[in-house]
Design a protein around this ligand. Structure first.
Ligand SMILES: Cc1cc2nc3c(=O)[nH]c(=O)nc-3n(C[C@H](O)[C@H](O)[C@H](O)COP(=O)(O)OP(=O)(O)OC[C@H]3O[C@@H](n4cnc5c(N)ncnc54)[C@H](O)[C@@H]3O)c2cc1C
Length: 391
């Protein structure tokens, strides 16, 4: 059996690896000329790590991953702690796998290395897939300036602006959320040592929040600062941002934040975009996965982990099903409600991070603070449905 995979992101490469392990011949088509992720971090929670473990990828990222000891939430301006819960010592025991932070490129390169063990996999770069055509027994794709290819299964893992999704559901632009994300990385050794962030932390404030994680085995700080921007900002991982504007956005915030921002060099700014949930992810022998199927806001850090969950679920459905068409339909039915819930919660989380009415802040954050003082286990328990899940 032959699978065509469009897109060599975390979703496409993990799907290719799972299929190759199950004996499929796989060809991956990637529009970029080199497979290289942007310079940013990604968090993979235990539900996603279970997939990387089962694919044999974890040993390949062992030297670059970072496991946060604690996860904190603080108020942006005062820096006052709302709560801090242990993560590293809890994750494996409670949720069955580790919680990690890693440079996206380290994860992509590990997936590529794992794929090299299979001679039934081919990766074609510089190949932009334009459309697909359902035949009676196969599916074929048209690729810009290249001859078409056909297979038994087509996986659209081509991200937020998926061409495969566009053909399946009619092309439309994703919706600008009114928020944009500042992103940069900075080596810890460049920071003023008096105000270095000790833990992974979310700073919350009116219409903005910051998430600081670590990559490069903990030696590099990864900064994501989400701010409200009425005027449309392009969706991009490469659009340069101005340090003055970034500094102004977080002026008079916690000195730890100001320290990180003042040490920044190459800064990027990209709009956050979203799409309404789809009624279906399949068409005959074609299926959507990852951001092509269910883009979500980054406020639960679940996009990549959900793409990894898709991989496991899809391979299980293909193993169990009688035909490809019925297997991928089953995959959609199996995944849809969980993913929709996470899409909704991600949107809700953004609003909670950005609360600006004082009484709402007191109610929500006061409650969390109290919970942390009296019954911190409940904060972990609230994450069980996401992290304990074993796809
Ligand atoms: C600021 C920010 C922070 C985030 N942080 C986290 C986090 O901490 N944890 C987490 O789990 N998620 C996070 N996410 C979400 C996560 O990045 C995505 O959900 C995840 O990368 C989706 O992977 P994917 O493989 O589906 O799509 P993508 O990574 O978008 O990959 C799609 C691939 O398809 C290729 N492609 C596109 N069109 C074509 C075509 N026509 N032909 C051939 N190739 C094509 C692209 O070049 C690309 O390589 C974050 C997102 C943002 C914006």
């Amino acid at each position: 059996m032959k699978a065509l995979v469009v897109g060599a992101g975390i979703g496409g490469l993990s799907a290719a690896l799972a299929l190759a392990k199950s004996g499929w011949a796989v060809t991956v088509f990637e529009k970029s000329t080199t497979i290289k992720e942007i310079g940013a971090g990604v968090q993979i929670s235990p539900n996603g790590m279970k997939v990387l473990n089962s694919l044999g990828v974890t040993p390949l990222i062992e030297n670059s991953l970072y496991e946060p000891k604690h996860l904190e939430v603080r108020f942006g301006r005062s820096g006052r702690k709302v709560f801090s819960v242990p993560f590293k010592e809890v994750a494996l025991k409670r949720w069955g796998a580790r919680y990690i932070q890693i440079h996206r490129n380290d994860l992509i390169q590990a997936l590529l290395t794992a794929l090299k063990n299979y001679n039934n996999v081919q990766i074609i770069t510089g190949a932009t897939v334009e459309s697909y055509l359902n035949g009676s027994s196969t599916v074929s794709i048209n690729i810009t300036n290249q001859k078409s290819e056909c297979g038994d299964l087509l996986i659209g893992a081509d991200g937020l602006n998926s061409a495969i999704r566009g053909q399946m559901h009619g092309s439309s632009s994703p919706t600008y959320t009114g928020y944009a994300a500042w992103r940069f990385t900075v080596p810890e050794k460049l920071l003023n040592q008096n105000t270095t962030p000790v833990n992974s932390c979310v700073w919350v404030g009116e219409d903005k929040h910051i998430v600081v994680t670590r990559i490069n085995s903990g030696k590099t700080i990864n900064f994501v600062g989400v701010v409200k921007r009425e005027s449309l900002i392009k969706e991009s991982w490469n659009l340069k941002g101005a340090k003055e504007a970034l500094t102004k956005d977080f002026k008079n915030w916690d000195p730890v934040v100001e320290n990180i921002i003042s040490s920044s060099d190459k800064i990027f700014l990209g709009g956050l975009y979203n799409r309404a949930p789809l009624k279906s992810w399949t068409d005959n022998k074609t299926v959507l996965v990852g951001d092509a199927a269910h883009p979500m806001l980054p406020s639960m850090a679940q996009g990549a982990s959900q793409a990894l969950e898709d991989t496991s679920a899809l391979i299980n459905c293909l193993k169990e099903g009688s035909t490809i068409e019925s297997s991928i339909k089953k995959f959609f039915l199996h995944r849809n409600s969980r993913v929709s819930k996470i899409q909704t919660r991600s949107r809700d989380n953004l609003n909670l991070f950005h609360l600006n009415k004082i009484h709402k802040k007191i109610l929500y954050y006061g409650g969390l603070w109290l919970l942390n003082q009296t019954y911190p286990e409940l904060i972990h328990r609230k994450q069980d449905w996401i992290y304990s899940y074993n796809p």
